[in-house]
Design a protein around this ligand. Structure first.
Ligand SMILES: Nc1ncnc2c1ncn2[C@@H]1O[C@H](COP(=O)(O)OP(=O)(O)OP(=O)(O)O)[C@@H](O)[C@H]1O
Length: 431
């Protein structure tokens, strides 16, 4: 056991390693291995996340301090507030905050090393299978992947838990009974303590086999991913990655449709699409009548249909309720979602305008027309999709609240007189 060598680190391993140290058996072994590895000169430091949830939490932190001091490894202890109202359950919320702490501590290109091992991998595989996961979920944990601005590396993923214990004993390592055992979710504990021993009694290689299946599925997943990307690229709207063409989607065979939709949500950084979503989108959302405003929503995200397009986004409103600003047009105005509203020419307006989102019922003064028009109708005539309508800032006369301009496609006539080029369509724009 003492002759252990770590597998090769991720490609960019010149920057240094940050180890996630809980003080339990697994991460204590990993700390010891890293401290004695040829990687050490590149930089090695440790992070312990103090959740403050357990009465022994201070003792765990103190234990990590003495472990690191003995090996002369700098340690950062990060205290976090676990959001008990997150809806993820206490353990889930602790995990989220722990990973957020890892991300914010990780330096550019640095490698976060976690001490997951082969038995963790087998449990993850079984848990995912029990949830009916597809190839992505069943691929389980990768031995390395990108993580924030750096990398996540799991050098012990091929080692069984028993080998870590032997290593620790052989090197007189002291660890605290793994806090993560107590903190892991009950399903994982049930698998670890009740199911795996029974399986291993009958099939001693059970963990190895599950981990092997996970690795094979990961390979298959990589191959399929290349084809999914191709499919998604072909059906994505040319200037909006949040929008896809229904005709193109429906042209794909059913399993590829489902995979393309899942990849789409993933690419947009949305929560994983539920397994039932593709069928519901095809059966309920795509064929629904226009007036039904068809949409499929999950975990704070939504896919909506408009004409022959599907659009995906978070459900959070673009403009907070009641958001409005008086704007003179001389300097750019920052909109709530971060973009800038600026007026060409830099001269500003004759008199300031009111900027706000649509509330409904507005009327707009159109160029070359004498009377005002219902904004809703004008937007429909211009075939502006509902998701763009929601992002549309309006410029209004502050007294009459008549719309002078909306977005950058429609120009109100009073504004137009102020333009350098009166025929320019982009009199003001979102930068
Ligand atoms: N409090 C902590 N501070 C720093 N690192 C930790 C802490 N808890 C766990 N880790 C690191 O994360 C690794 C995995 O621990 P654990 O299984 O509890 O994590 P997890 O994030 O819940 O992962 P998963 O659910 O994917 O197994 C540990 O081996 C250790 O490297």
């Amino acid at each position: 056991m003492s002759g252990w060598t770590l597998p090769p680190p991720p490609p960019a391993a010149s920057v240094g390693v940050l180890i996630g140290l809980s003080g339990g058996l697994d991460s204590t072994v990993l700390l010891h291995l890293l401290a004695h590895s040829p990687l050490r000169p590149n930089g090695l430091r440790a992070i312990h996340v103090h959740h403050g949830l357990h009465p022994d939490a201070d003792a765990w932190a103190a234990h990590c301090e003495s472990l690191c001091a003995a090996l002369d490894v700098p340690l950062t202890i990060v205290r976090i507030e676990v959001d008990r109202a997150s809806g993820l359950g206490l353990e889930g919320a602790a995990r989220e905050s722990r990973h957020a702490a890892f991300k914010s501590e990780l330096r550019d290109g640095e490698i976060l090393a976690l001490a997951h091992h082969r038995d963790d991998q087998a449990e993850t595989f079984l848990l995912r299978a029990l949830r009916g996961s597809g190839t992505k979920g069943l691929s389980s944990m990768q031995s390395w992947r990108r993580h924030g601005y750096g990398w996540l590396w799991r050098p012990l993923l091929a080692q069984p838990r028993e080998a870590l214990r032997e290593y620790a004993i052989a090197h007189d390592l002291i660890w605290i009974e793994d806090p993560s055992n107590a903190s892991n979710d009950p399903d994982r504990n049930f698998l670890r303590n009740r199911v795996m021993p029974v399986l291993q009694e009958r099939w001693p290689q059970a963990s190895t086999s599950f981990a092997r299946s996970a690795a094979l599925i990961a390979e298959a997943h990589d191959i399929l991913s290349a084809s999914d990307m191709n499919d998604l690229d072909r059906i994505t709207h040319h200037d909006d990655s949040r929008t896809i063409h229904i005709a193109g989607l429906m042209h794909l065979p059913a399993p590829r449709r489902a995979r393309a939709l899942q990849l789409w949500a993933h690419r947009l950084g949305l929560p994983p699409l539920p397994g039932s979503a593709p069928a519901r989108i095809e059966k309920e959302i795509i064929p629904a009548s226009k007036d039904a405003e068809p949409r499929f929503c999950w975990s704070g995200a939504c896919i909506e249909r408009w004409n022959q397009l599907l659009h995906a986004d978070r459900q959070s409103p673009v403009f907070p309720r009641g958001w409005a600003r008086i704007w003179d047009g001389c300097t750019p105005l920052r909109l709530p979602e971060g973009s800038l509203l600026s007026l060409d020419g830099g001269e500003g307006f004759k008199s300031p305008v009111l900027v706000r989102a649509r509330l409904g019922g507005e009327r707009i003064n159109l160029h070359f027309r004498t009377h005002s028009h219902a904004l809703k109708k004008v937007l429909q005539e211009h075939r502006i999709p509902p998701w763009e309508r929601r992002r549309l800032p309006l410029l209004l006369d502050p007294d009459s609240e008549t719309v002078l301009a909306a977005g950058h496609r429609i120009i109100g006539r009073d504004l137009e007189r102020r333009l350098v080029d009166p025929r320019a369509r982009l009199d003001w724009q979102l930068a």
